[in-house]
Design a protein around this ligand. Sequence first.
Ligand SMILES: C[S@@+](CC[C@H](N)C(=O)[O-])C[C@H]1O[C@@H](n2cnc3c(N)ncnc32)[C@H](O)[C@@H]1O
Length: 313
Amino acid sequence: MLCTILRSNSIEVKHLTSSAYILHSCKSRPKSEMSTNTYTQGQSDSTVSAYKRRTAEVEAAFLLPHVRKTDNILDVGCGPGTITTGLAKYATEGSVIGIDLSREVIDSARRLAAVSDVPREGVGSVDFRVGNVLETLDHPDNFFDIVFASQVFYHLPLPDVPLQALSEIRRVLKPGGILATRDGMTQHFYPRRLDLDRLWVNHAERATLKGVPDMEPTAPSMPRLLRKAGFDVDGGKVRVQVGSSVTATAEGRRFLARRCTSQLQEGDAFRQSWIDVGISEEDINRTLAAVREWKQTEDAWHVVVQCEILAWK
Ligand SMILES: C[S@@+](CC[C@H](N)C(=O)[O-])C[C@H]1O[C@@H](n2cnc3c(N)ncnc32)[C@H](O)[C@@H]1O
């Protein structure tokens, strides 16, 4: 059951499901009283297998020219950590720490790092810890040269939750340090006649926004949020650009379709997030059929438009 209560100046969303979480985003509520887990997609193999394919060279390409050998880097919401470990190959005289809410995914990141050639401690190392960017991080003020977050702000709903994260990130960034974020802003499936922009894209966005009517997605709001968090947007300290992630090969279509269809199977937290916002079984079945047809369609393709931000403290 999903219960949404809208009040002036505050939003309170309560999800009462088996693996229940409660999010309270209330301006008047002290931080210590706020629940700080807004992530509803879960960590099933279907979901995490896609993240394991990600690399620093692709997901952090817009950041890499700014990484110095000696940098200390924090990767917030690192997931299975393939990007994190990749960043350590550039900060060879610094260090990289990945944090994530999920113990399970941090264990997976440690296992993957153990078979890489990146050291697990000392100079040039990568390390992983359970941590929540919506709570006080274990690091002193002005500690990191770079804070990176890939596909995390997308899951932090407006209005206040992303600001809470930005405030904590700004605290641990050194003066002159860089915050780099990358989040999907929109996506499209071609050919259009398969209706996946409605069936997949709209439904997935509705679930991420937890069914709150007229809620803006977070990624396009990043410049405004950064300004509010104290970054000097007018002084040229915030660079906004877009990248893209394209799937246009038969192998890519098979992978993406497998991921989408298994995420919508009974028992997957991702499917539950759709049901929680009122998406019907019928629409889920229509989506599954359309994804299967898209997979079989020669020359069908998919694009995610990625919002890429560099912000200097
Ligand atoms: C979509 S995944 C992206 C993982 C990885 N950054 C990547 O791009 O492959 C988002 C991750 O952010 C984590 N996450 C969500 N909210 C978080 C929070 N408040 N603090 C730390 N991690 C969070 C989730 O557990 C999840 O692993």
